[in-house]
Design a protein around this ligand. Structure first.
Ligand code: CTP
Length: 435
């Protein structure tokens, strides 16, 4: 059994001081209102596992909205509340947020009627959750601050690193939990308990997952693919027969396994470059998973998964770009034709990072991989040293010629033909003189 002192020690050790102060403040406001307040869920789970998690979820035994409003007025925060659900979000001036839920719901069935009050308890509230490891709570009120509340053996499961549902209908109630189980299993490096795994298999067999809309399925898939190690999750999805929910043509064949490993390799490589070019790593995995689908099938899959219209078009375009633009480069290299740096640059410039990584992972040509790598690490950061001002001085009228001349200078620089500013000016002079 974990003592309050130990929980407090963990907080002091792992949480930023500000967070600990806020937790005490939450408890104090609870004391003032005579309401019991708990930190619950993922925040507590991660605290005990020593994983950074800044999402504080609070449950109030009573009216959570009143609690949130009182807290906000004392600490200069804003509140967004949902009367119907008895939930509120406390928003600090710097944007930091705390989610507040109530174990007491009060709502009006019809206008003018007396409010219907549904009173639950913390235990009931926690029982509705997905897995035991998410059912821990920490008391925040003054005299009990730090007390760990564990109704369902969560601490034991955290220690034996097991993902376990609370009851047999969990996946029937909410099929997205199948994907959540997989995500937690891979992220925390836990194991789905045998009985829980059987329930998943049963849910798949009984076609409960068919009820899941494309949008929710996509949200879960994206979360799995956004994890640091998505391959374990994909492997699990495959062994539980879940990949077919993307498309029946998506299978974890040995070739696909290799393609995914290669994708993971290039994504990690790219992340280590710290280029600050934003991109969606999940899309790279998604493109790889769907590699074998025709464009029509891919479009259909994106439509079924309710990928936003503009993003669906982008994804389809990415596949084409990989096929056409980079494919041309690849075919040229395969014919042993010389491809100089400027050609690599102008072929790859403007292509989304996702396409480049997808292609880099997919291609069997070491040459193409080398070209894309060279583009990211060197070519993409190169610029001419001269600019518009210099061209003006050389007597060039502003207009489209500017761009052409600067691209020409850039080409020369990429190919090592010019090394200094003077070389560049000389080159422009020669071009202007028609030499
Ligand atoms: N929850 C659930 N069933 C779901 C989604 C959520 O029971 N389908 C519960 C979980 O117990 C979880 C809580 O709601 O602890 C909050 O959900 P979420 O923020 O998604 O979960 P976290 O555990 O905080 O996960 P993450 O670390 O990925 O944010």
């Amino acid at each position: 059994q974990v003592k309050s002192r130990e929980v407090e020690a963990l907080m002091n050790k792992h949480l930023p001081q500000r967070t600990t102060v806020i937790l005490h403040d939450l408890g104090r406001v609870g004391d003032q209102l005579d309401l019991t307040v708990y930190a619950v869920g993922g925040f507590v789970r991660d605290l005990l596992l020593d994983i950074q998690n800044m999402d504080i979820d609070v449950t109030v035994d009573g009216d959570g909205i009143l609690f949130a409003e009182t807290f906000a007025s004392q600490f200069g925060c804003r509140v967004k509340s949902h009367q119907k659900f008895g939930t509120a979000v406390i928003v600090f001036p710097d944007g930091f947020k705390i989610d507040v839920a109530s174990t007491r719901l009060e709502y009006y069935v019809s206008p003018g009627a007396l409010p219907t009050v549904e009173r639950s308890s913390l235990k009931m509230d926690l029982y509705r959750r997905d897995f035991t490891v998410n059912t821990l709570a920490i008391a925040l009120n003054g005299d009990s601050f730090g007390k760990l509340i564990d109704y369902f053996g969560a601490y034991r499961d955290l220690q034996s690193r097991v993902i376990r549902v609370l009851h047999n209908l969990s996946f029937v109630e909410d099929p997205t939990r199948v994907f959540r189980a997989i995500r937690f299993e891979q992220r925390l490096n836990f194991k789905i308990a045998k009985h829980t795994e059987d329930l998943i298999k049963n849910a798949v067999k009984m076609e409960f997952l068919e009820k899941l809309g494309g949008r929710r399925l996509l949200a879960e898939l994206v979360q799995i693919l956004r994890e640091k190690e998505p391959l374990k999750g994909v492997g699990r999805m495959a062994s539980l027969g879940l990949l077919r929910f993307i498309h029946p043509g998506v299978e974890l064949t040995p070739a696909m396994q290799v393609a995914l490993e290669e994708t993971r390799y290039v994504v990690s490589w790219f992340d280590l470059l710290y280029l600050e070019r934003p991109y969606e790593s999940w899309s790279v995995y998604f493109l790889t998973l769907c590699e074998g689908l025709t464009e029509e099938q891919f479009w259909g899959t994106c439509t079924r998964l309710a990928v936003a219209e503009h993003y669906k078009e982008r994804l389809v375009e990415m596949r084409r770009q990989s096929e056409e633009l980079i494919g041309n480069l690849e075919r040229k290299l395969a014919r042993s034709e010389k491809v100089d740096n400027s050609e690599i640059y102008f072929t790859l410039r403007g292509l989304p990072v996702e396409v480049l990584l997808y292609h880099m992972a997919k291609s069997r040509s070491a040459e193409v991989k080398r070209c894309i790598s060279l583009y990211f690490t060197k070519l993409d950061g190169m610029h001419p040293q001269i600019g518009g001002e210099d061209l003006k001085e050389l007597g060039v009228e502003p207009g489209p010629l500017y761009r052409e001349l600067l691209d020409l200078v850039l080409s020369a620089r990429l190919n090592g033909k010019v090394a200094s500013r003077e070389d560049e000016i000389q080159l422009v002079r020669e071009v202007l003189e028609g030499v």
